[in-house]
Structures are given as C-alpha cells and as structure tokens.
Design a protein around this ligand. Structure first.
Ligand SMILES: [Zn+2]
Length: 190
C-alpha cells in the first residue's frame, strides 16, 4: 500500500472504532445498562479530531471544519490548544516536534490537514545564543525528542523505501523524508 493509502486506512480505523463505541453506548442506553466507563461524551480522541476534517482524495486538500484562530484551524483537547495541521502531522508521523520545529503547508492552504501536504522544518536560527538554545532543545536530550541522534543518522543513510524505514522506527514516512532532505536535524553530522 502507498504511504497515503496506509494513512487513510489508519484514519478509517480510528473512525470505525469511534462508531462502534457510539453504537455500544446506544445499545447500553436502550438496555438501561450503566457503566461508568461510558459516561460522558467520548472526546479528545484521534477520531474526534479527524471527524472535523473534510477528508478527500489522497492528493486533495483536506480542509479543517472546526474552530479557527486567524487563518489556521485550532484543535482543543481539554485546556490544551494546538494548530489543527500540526496535530494532523504529529498524529500521522507519531512524532512530537520540538518548539523549534514548525509544521508547514506545501499547498498554501492554511486550513488543510492532509498530512501529505504538510512538512516539518526547523525555524531559522540567527543569533549564537538562540543557536545554542536550539541545539540543546532540538537535540536528543530534549524530553520530547523520541529519535536518538544515532537513529537520525541511520535513517539518513538507509537506502530502502521510505515507508519501510519509517515502519522500522515507528514514525511516519513524511518524517523520514524531512530527515533525508535535511529539513530537520540538519545540525547532526554523520
Ligand atoms: Zn492541502
């Protein structure tokens, strides 16, 4: 299966799980069975995110249909807020970027959440202090980084298909692409 095909299958799986949960809840209500686990709305799940995205073909833009802030979609989990396209990228790549790493649109459509239209890039770092700070925070000692420097170098040198490399490391293919093209982790020398 192609990379977008795998992604769409993953999204369909979380939506199917969501539908099953709701039909289980309806069934329990009908039978007057109560279970603390089912109290309240099932929210803050990947399904609740993807239900707000107008998912179209693999190459189309997938516009966000929920709240916005400025020109960008805004997704909220409890009191935490995140740009919708950033959430889409993080979920698809199973990787949490550092503060210095931005999720950018390749399609110029700021509400688009199609992960294949999104890419990760390092912020432009100018001053020496900011550079040092950036190194510390984008390096492997930063708590959110889940790839080690060794893994990044191994990914860069791996000549297999990007989807296979991504599967080995438990991340998404777009992240492998960003590493190979030097869009991120470019301070690492192998
Ligand atoms: Zn797009």
């Amino acid at each position: 299966m192609s990379a977008p095909g795998i992604l769409i299958a993953r999204i369909e799986a979380v939506l199917a799980e969501h539908r099953e949960l709701w039909s289980a809840r309806r069934e329990m209500r009908r039978r007057k069975i109560s279970d603390g686990a089912f109290r309240g709305r099932p929210s803050n799940t990947p399904a609740s995110f993807w239900l707000k995205v107008a998912i179209a073909g693999p190459d189309d833009c997938w516009p966000w249909r929920g709240h916005t802030r400025g020109d960008y979609g805004r997704y909220s989990e409890k009191s935490k807020h995140i740009d919708a396209h950033r959430y889409a990228w993080i979920w698809s790549n199973n990787y949490n970027p550092t503060r210095q790493q931005f999720v950018m649109h390749r399609c110029n459509n700021k509400k688009c959440c199609n992960p294949s239209h999104l890419e990760l890039g390092d912020a432009q770092i100018n001053t020496a202090d900011a550079y040092k700070d950036g190194l510390a925070k984008s390096g492997e000692e930063h708590h959110r980084a889940r790839l080690t420097a060794g893994q990044v170098l191994a990914i860069r040198g791996d000549r297999r298909r990007q989807v296979d490399v991504a599967a080995d490391h438990g991340i998404g293919q777009p992240l492998v692409s960003a590493i190979k093209t030097g869009k991120i982790w470019k301070h690492l020398e192998g």
